[in-house]
Design a protein around this ligand. Structure first.
Ligand SMILES: NC(=O)c1ccc[n+]([C@@H]2O[C@H](COP(=O)([O-])OP(=O)(O)OC[C@H]3O[C@@H](n4cnc5c(N)ncnc54)[C@H](O)[C@@H]3O)[C@@H](O)[C@H]2O)c1
Length: 273
């Protein structure tokens, strides 16, 4: 494995499992020390898949330590700006600096437009939009203070470029992340910080577990012709967390030095189907 992140420190939200864990382990495997934050506890009502646990977050730490890298974990909520600031202050004091950020934490609740409750809409915006804003706002001062610039990836979705049927709240939140990426890239550019977004298609993670498939089938039944909107041009129709981590590592690396305010799809072509 090449070592593109030796001497760097990366902050990843939603790092207990799924894509967030893959990003953390991938960056560590290329030399980065890791600050890993996750709720590691109950997700909001209406989320149809299982929640992550403290054991999941501990497993992420174990995999990073097995690579001989340093890691600090925090059971925290991306909605809690002050809590995130405290963790980052502690993390930077201990690990020395902060260079790379992956705002990955998010939730997804399938529901038709008339079954979506105000609470589902609010929870989705609070975590997927305000949580991403909090992540950048809490971390950017540390990256700037490091004096060497840095890079961030904000996790959106193919729902942040096209749309995902029966997920008006999720689609709205992920489009907001796309816009935020461009706007943060513009202002943080003068500090040498690049900001790009990742737009996964379907990815095999615990988000697809529990009763997620049942919830999607339920919504699809209300208007079957919309169900094919996430069709890919290639098979299999799902990506892996490691494939997402490949893209994130590229965007964070020096190979992407001239890439900022860009929105990289890793979705098998689904955005154009
Ligand atoms: N899996 C997919 O098919 C898919 C597709 C497109 C985009 N995405 C996006 O990718 C990102 C990662 O998703 P994943 O597939 O790894 O799902 P996942 O549910 O396996 O992992 C998400 C992690 O985020 C954490 N999290 C949720 N709310 C949080 C909060 N308020 N504070 C802190 N942590 C919180 C969870 O505990 C969990 O560990 C999400 O933003 C998701 O919307 C996923």
């Amino acid at each position: 494995m090449t070592q593109r992140f030796t001497g760097k420190v990366a902050f990843i939200t939603g790092a207990a499992r799924g894509q967030g864990r893959a990003h953390a382990v991938r960056l560590a495997s290329e030399g980065a020390d890791i600050l890993a934050l996750d709720l590691a506890g109950p997700l909001p009502a209406g989320v149809p898949y299982d929640s992550a646990t403290p054991d999941d977050l501990a497993q992420t730490a174990k995999e990073i330590e097995a690579l001989d890298r340093r890691v600090l974990t925090h059971e925290g909520d991306v909605r809690d700006l002050e809590g995130m600031k405290e963790f980052l202050a502690r993390g930077v004091a201990e690990l020395g600096r902060l260079d790379l950020v992956v705002a990955n934490a998010g939730i997804c609740i399938p529901a038709t437009w008339d079954e979506t409750t105000p609470q589902m809409f609010q929870d989705t915006i609070d975590i997927n939009v305000v949580g991403v804003w909090n992540t950048v706002v809490a971390s950017a001062p540390h990256v700037i203070a490091g004096g060497e610039g840095g890079a961030m990836v904000l996790t959106s979705s193919y729902a942040g470029k096209k749309m995902q049927p029966f997920m008006i709240h999720y689609t709205a939140s992920k489009h907001a992340v796309t816009g935020m990426t461009r706007a943060f890239a513009a202002e943080l550019g003068k500090h040498g910080i690049r900001v790009n977004s990742l737009h996964p298609g379907g990815v095999a993670t615990p988000m697809g577990g529990g009763d997620m498939m049942g919830a999607i089938e339920h919504t699809n039944a209300s208007n079957p012709k919309l169900a094919g909107m996430g069709t890919t041009f290639i098979e299999p129709a799902w990506g892996t967390s490691e494939e997402m981590a490949d893209a994130v590592a590229f965007l964070l690396s020096g190979e992407a030095r001239f890439i900022t305010a860009e929105h990289l799809s890793v979705d098998g072509g689904a955005q154009y189907f």
